[in-house]
Structures are given as structure tokens and as C-alpha cells.
Design a protein. Structure first.
Length: 216
């Protein structure tokens, strides 16, 4: 997506997902068969772009969805329901460790909070940038790699052609979807995704959905 094509509007809506997956099913028999098995995924919007999105991303790094949700719930409760940089910085390291954050994640969360307070990162303003500009801004923060930026693009901004090829859930889902003997690496995952342009965001949501819901 180039600068003239991007929009601040969340695009991975339920209607977009269905239309995009119908188009992909006409191109790819594996997607067509998978849709018959598990149906369409739900919309996965997480509200307007905010500081809380980034805090959730930090919490979820290298954890299962269930474990990440549990820890994030504890963190939100400890912050009094106010997901703000000031509220995070008021918690000491001991309390954050009790909640379940590692020392490394505490460091990342504090760095994020200071960057937002200093105006170095404006979560709401990222929607005015194209995909690669968003990735560049986010990966400038300590602890945020391309995967983290792609999660923000998908779930906060709803960008339609984002494909997180490094994501283990995507790779494991592709293995099942495509009946592959081994889980594909990043290079193979990227190659598969290229065939699904410009609907790779919908494809990613569907691969996660299929991996979680298809009978074994």
C-alpha cells in the first residue's frame, strides 16, 4: 500500500473479510475447502489505535493467547482500568513482576510509556501513515520488531494486505491448511502469501481462525 492508497478507516471489517475470502476461495482450492469446514472468521478489531494496543502487544510477546490475556487483564486491573503511560509508570517493578511481566517486558513497557509521554510515538496518528511508515515508527521503539508492528497494523488499523510471515500461528495454520508435511519457514510462508495479494490481511485472520477451529 502506498501513501496515496492508505486510509485511516479500519478495513478488515466482517464484510471485507467475507468478500476477500470469497475472492481467495476462487483462486485457491485449499481456502475454499477450509471455508467449508470452519466458515468465516469474526472481525478482530480492538478499538481505536491507542497506547493500550502497544501494551497488549508487549504482554503477548512469546506467550499463548490465553496466557497473554490473563496477564493483560491483571495489568489492566492494577492500573485501575486506565491504560495510560502515567498509570503504568506509577507501578513499581515488583508489582509488575507479580502481574507476570518479565524484566525485559517491564523495560519495554516503561520505554513505550516514556516515548508516548515525550511525543515520540503518537498511536492515534499512525493511521495517517502507510504500512511501511507505520512499521518504521514502531520498530524504532525498543522491544518492538516487525511482528509487533504487523499486529498493530492488523488489529488496530485494519490494514488489508498485511502478512505476518514470522508468526508461528500463521506458519502452523498454513501447514494444516495446505496439508504440508512440515511447518513452513518464513521464506515459504512469504511466498504463499504473495499469491493472496491484495487480501493478505483477510488471509492472515482466516489462517489463525482455521488453525484454532478446524477439527484435528
Amino acid at each position: 500500500m502506498n501513501a496515496s492508497e492508505h486510509t485511516t478507516r479500519f478495513q478488515l471489517t466482517r464484510i471485507h473479510l467475507q468478500r476477500a475470502l470469497d475472492e481467495l476461495a476462487e483462486r485457491d482450492g485449499h481456502i475454499a475447502a477450509a471455508l467449508e469446514r470452519v466458515g468465516y472468521p469474526d472481525e478482530r478489531r480492538r478499538g481505536s489505535p491507542s497506547y493500550g494496543h502497544f501494551l497488549r502487544i508487549i504482554t503477548g510477546q512469546q506467550l499463548s493467547v490465553k496466557a497473554a490475556a490473563t496477564i493483560f487483564g491483571r495489568l489492566e486491573s492494577a492500573m485501575g482500568g486506565e491504560l495510560s503511560p502515567d498509570a503504568l509508570l506509577e507501578l513499581d517493578d515488583g508489582r509488575l513482576r507479580e502481574i507476570g511481566l518479565s524484566r525485559q517486558k517491564i523495560d519495554y513497557a516503561r520505554g513505550l510509556s516514556r516515548a508516548v509521554l515525550a511525543g515520540e510515538l503518537d498511536p492515534a496518528g499512525l493511521g495517517a501513515l502507510d504500512d511501511e511508515e507505520v512499521i518504521e515508527r514502531i520498530t524504532a521503539l525498543k522491544g518492538f520488531g516487525r511482528w509487533s508492528a504487523e499486529m498493530f497494523l492488523l488489529f488496530a488499523l485494519g490494514r488489508p494486505d498485511v502478512w505476518p510471515a514470522d508468526d508461528l500461528g500463521i506458519q502452523a495454520g498454513l501447514q494444516r491448511l495446505k496439508n504440508m508435511r512440515a511447518r513452513p519457514d518464513r521464506k515459504k510462508t512469504e511466498a504463499i502469501g504473495k499469491r493472496w495479494r491484495p487480501y493478505r490481511g483477510a488471509a492472515a485472520i482466516f489462517v489463525w481462525h482455521y488453525h484454532a477451529n478446524a477439527p484435528m
